[in-house]
Design a protein around this ligand. Structure first.
Ligand SMILES: C[S@@+](CC[C@H](N)C(=O)[O-])C[C@H]1O[C@@H](n2cnc3c(N)ncnc32)[C@H](O)[C@@H]1O
Length: 204
């Protein structure tokens, strides 16, 4: 059992409401004309699924969530079953190495939320999942960055085993074209840092 199997027990209750508006904005960042499939590395309990699914066409979207915590995926499975979604696949695997055989054909989108500030070896997650995008596909990161540290920064980092000093948008900026970085409404005293959405496209 890893730490996230335990965190899974109270993860939704602790953060679902705080980040719901940001997740809606993440979904709005996705260009539906790019295509209906999305890979969600380190998907956790699937809090992104509903807004992404709606944005990418409801029942015609294809969502694949990957996480290495069985506890998080159990919660995600409950969410999917409760909603009756037929088009969401959950894969228990390491996002740094999960192979195309488990994921299926290349994706139109990759969305990585609140993960790159916590996963070990996070640059590898960006590079490996960027490889799963088709040419022309869109890669989107939602996360929190702290350029000044307040009490909530330390609290968030301790609870989530996060490092909010990371700048996860930097490798995306190097890999992609039409890159944008947008700082979101939020406060270091609530989120530990400033929420941001970064997005870019794989060269065709
Ligand atoms: C803070 S949670 C974020 C979950 C979800 N993306 C969200 O927005 O709520 C971080 C997640 O990353 C997962 N994780 C960490 N390292 C991973 C790895 N190498 N491969 C797959 N999942 C990983 C954890 O199990 C956990 O579910």
């Amino acid at each position: 059992m890893n730490g996230y199997d335990v965190f899974a027990l109270f993860y939704d209750a602790s953060i679902e409401r705080v980040y719901r508006p940001s997740r809606e904005r993440v979904a709005e960042t996705l260009r539906p004309d790019v295509g209906p499939s999305v890979l969600i590395p380190a998907c956790g309990t699937g809090q992104d699924f509903a807004p992404l699914r709606t944005r990418l066409g409801g029942g015609s979207a294809r969502l694949v969530g990957v996480d290495f915590s069985a506890g998080m995926l159990r919660r995600a499975r409950k969410r999917v079953d409760r909603e009756g979604w037929q088009n969401v696949t959950l894969v228990e695997a390491d996002a740094r190495t999960v192979d195309a055989e488990k994921l299926g054909p290349p994706f139109d989108h990759v969305v990585c939320s609140l993960a790159l500030s916590v996963v070990p070896d996070w640059q590898r997650v960006v590079e490996h999942t960027f490889d799963q995008l088709r040419p022309g596909g869109q890669f989107t990161i939602f996360d929190v960055h702290a350029d000044r540290r307040v009490a909530q920064t330390l609290c968030t980092e301790w609870i989530a085993r996060a490092d909010l000093s990371r700048k996860p948008w930097e490798p995306l900026e190097n890999l992609s074209t039409r890159f944008t970085l947008d700082w979101q409404p939020g406060s270091p005293h609530l989120h530990g840092g400033r929420p941001f959405i970064a997005t870019g496209f794989k060269r065709s």
